[in-house]
Design a protein around this ligand. Structure first.
Ligand code: ZN
Ligand code: ZN
Length: 548
């Protein structure tokens, strides 16, 4: 009996993870993270709960489809449960390696190529090329004793892929004609009609931008958008601009992509971020992190004139070349306001076609269904409304077919069973979310327990600061509320803490003081450092700002 359990990604966007078991062999497909609501301070990332995997015993292998955070961001937390290797394409594994290093975890990483097959106990896992918004992405055909399971991973049908590697339509069709037991397919963009379009579609808008901008050009994108980087590097070379990668993720990923040959930079085009000030503004293109308004990322620092190397002013243009992940709109809006105050022109998706999605729209998802024509269809990757819409579309695709594929609308934790009698949802496995605070890396073990222990031992500190919305001035004396945080000299410590809060606010720039996201982050970092130094403890710090 084949048992498949989605542990994340069904009923939400992000933290994709799927477990497949036959007998006592369990394999896991992807180990992603979800980024929390920016208001959930103290939490850096969210990963799926692993209780089910622990119940299953050991995991025989972890198989990765591609290198986006919502598929690999949790790898370092999952590999302690995995006995066998982590399989992935070279780029995917190159993006995983620094994560393991950061967490001090060592694990065998085995590179695979499209059309490779690896045997893991009763499973035979085959890798199939798909196109997406980054290179080296694969879907999986998992050959099991009851039939073939096709998992698309994330994909769109890019007919003009920048790296010349097309979606392997042939193999999907071949599998479909031989018979596929079940298809698990990406539902992210099922709400969009037609086709998503090629990565190349943004070239036109950027050509216009390169032609018209007189000053510095700063483009913020996801650090994983390697195709976007290539397009911009080529345009920079064509328009005689030097390219600087700005922000840790951009610098790290561009180095990896260059090393593996996925990013080609003409000689003499690239400069270091530190060299940006030495070039005339009109000769520079900065590729920057911070497209989601993250307070600590490069674009936020640039926007409040607090970046070491990159300044922005009149005549300069900032392009936000990414979709706003739901929940981040406010933070992005704040960054755009700050950039506006600096006099910069800001271009985003709503103004020009500077972003194209990596996920297939309705017609591409229909194409996948008709190629694979499975006996069972399970929509994955999306909230319930995307999953159910994908199910409705599949019904239309197969309306005239006999027998019609059966649709299993599953959510996280549903135990999907396939045997000789067919497929069905048969029970519920434990699922949930684990909140991770990255400042405490190095500790292993159950993250939930650890966080609870953390709260129990070190307590909770809530600084309350009132700030005048117009002047940015501090109103009254900051207050610090604590729970479970008991110290000798507690009163004196809290009085010093309150003084520190006043100092931090006084020393912040006006823009930081009137930006909730920035000032909260600043207070959190400073207060955490203060408590660690003075008390040796690490309480959760959750700042509350009252705008008066
Ligand atoms: Zn992806
Ligand atoms: Zn994804």
């Amino acid at each position: 009996m084949l048992e498949i359990v989605p542990l994340g990604g069904l009923g939400e966007f992000g933290m994709n993870m799927l477990a497949l078991s036959w007998g006592d062999t369990t394999i896991v497909v992807d180990a992603g993270v979800m980024f929390p609501d920016p208001e959930l301070l103290g939490v850096d990332r969210i990963i799926p709960d692993t209780t089910y995997l622990q119940q299953k015993g050991r995991v025989a292998a972890l198989v990765l489809t591609h290198g986006h955070e919502d598929h690999i961001g949790g790898v370092a937390h999952i590999v302690p449960l995995v006995d066998g290797p982590v399989y992935g394409t070279p780029l995917t594994l190159a993006l995983v390696a620094p994560k393991l290093e950061e967490h001090g975890v060592e694990h065998a990483l085995v590179p695979v190529r499209p059309r490779d097959r690896v045997t893991i106990g009763p499973f035979d896992v085959e890798f199939i090329r798909v196109t997406h918004s980054m290179p080296d992405c694969v879907a999986l055909a998992i050959h099991t004793p009851v039939g073939v399971i096709v998992h698309t991973g994330d994909f769109k049908v890019d007919q003009t892929p920048i790296d010349g590697e097309h979606l392997d339509v042939h193999r999907f069709a071949e599998l479909g004609s031989k018979g596929v037991l079940a298809l698990f397919a990406d539902s992210t963009n099922i709400d969009r009609r037609g086709f998503t379009g090629s990565e190349l579609e943004v070239v036109e808008a950027f050509e216009e931008i390169f032609t018209s901008v007189r000053g510095k050009l700063i483009v913020a994108a996801f650090a994983s958008s390697i195709f976007r980087m290539q397009i911009l590097v080529d345009l920079a070379a064509q328009f005689d601009r030097k390219v600087a990668f700005v922000g840790r993720g951009m610098i790290q990923n561009s180095e990896i992509a260059i090393r593996l040959g996925h990013l080609k930079i003409p000689a003499g085009t690239q400069i270091k971020d530190a060299d940006v000030p030495t070039f005339p503004a009109q000769d520079v293109l900065c590729l920057s992190t911070g497209s989601q308004g993250e307070p600590a990322a490069a674009l936020s620092r640039i926007a409040i004139d607090d970046h070491r190397y990159v300044k922005v002013g009149e005549d300069d243009t900032v392009v936000i070349s990414a979709r706003a992940i739901p929940g981040n709109e406010k933070a992005i809006g704040r960054v755009i306001n700050h950039l506006g105050r600096r006099g910069a022109d800001v271009i985003h998706e709503g103004i020009k076609h500077v972003h194209v999605s990596g996920h297939g729209s309705e017609e591409e998802l229909k194409l996948m269904l008709s190629l694979v024509r499975p006996r069972f269809f399970v929509p994955v990757h999306g909230e319930y409304r995307q999953l159910s819409q994908h199910a409705r579309v599949a019904k239309r695709v197969f309306a005239g077919r006999d027998p019609r594929p059966e649709i299993l609308l599953a959510e996280d934790g549903d135990v999907i069973v396939f045997d000789d009698a067919g497929g069905r949802i048969a029970g519920k496995a434990p699922v949930g979310r684990v909140l991770i605070d990255d400042t405490r890396t190095g500790e292993v073990g159950d993250e939930v327990l650890r966080d609870r222990r953390h709260l129990a031992e070190d307590g909770l500190v809530v600084p309350v600061v009132a700030i005048n919305k117009q002047t940015g001035a501090l109103e009254g004396v900051p207050d610090i509320i604590t729970r479970g945080f008991v110290m000798e000299d507690g009163q004196a410590l809290l009085a010093d803490g309150a003084r520190l809060l006043s100092d931090v606010v006084a020393q912040a720039s006006l823009e930081e003081r009137t930006d909730q996201g920035l000032i909260k982050e600043k207070l959190r970092v400073e207060l955490r450092r203060f408590f660690r130094k003075r008390s040796g403890r690490r309480p959760f710090v959750l700042p509350v700002i009252m705008e008066i």
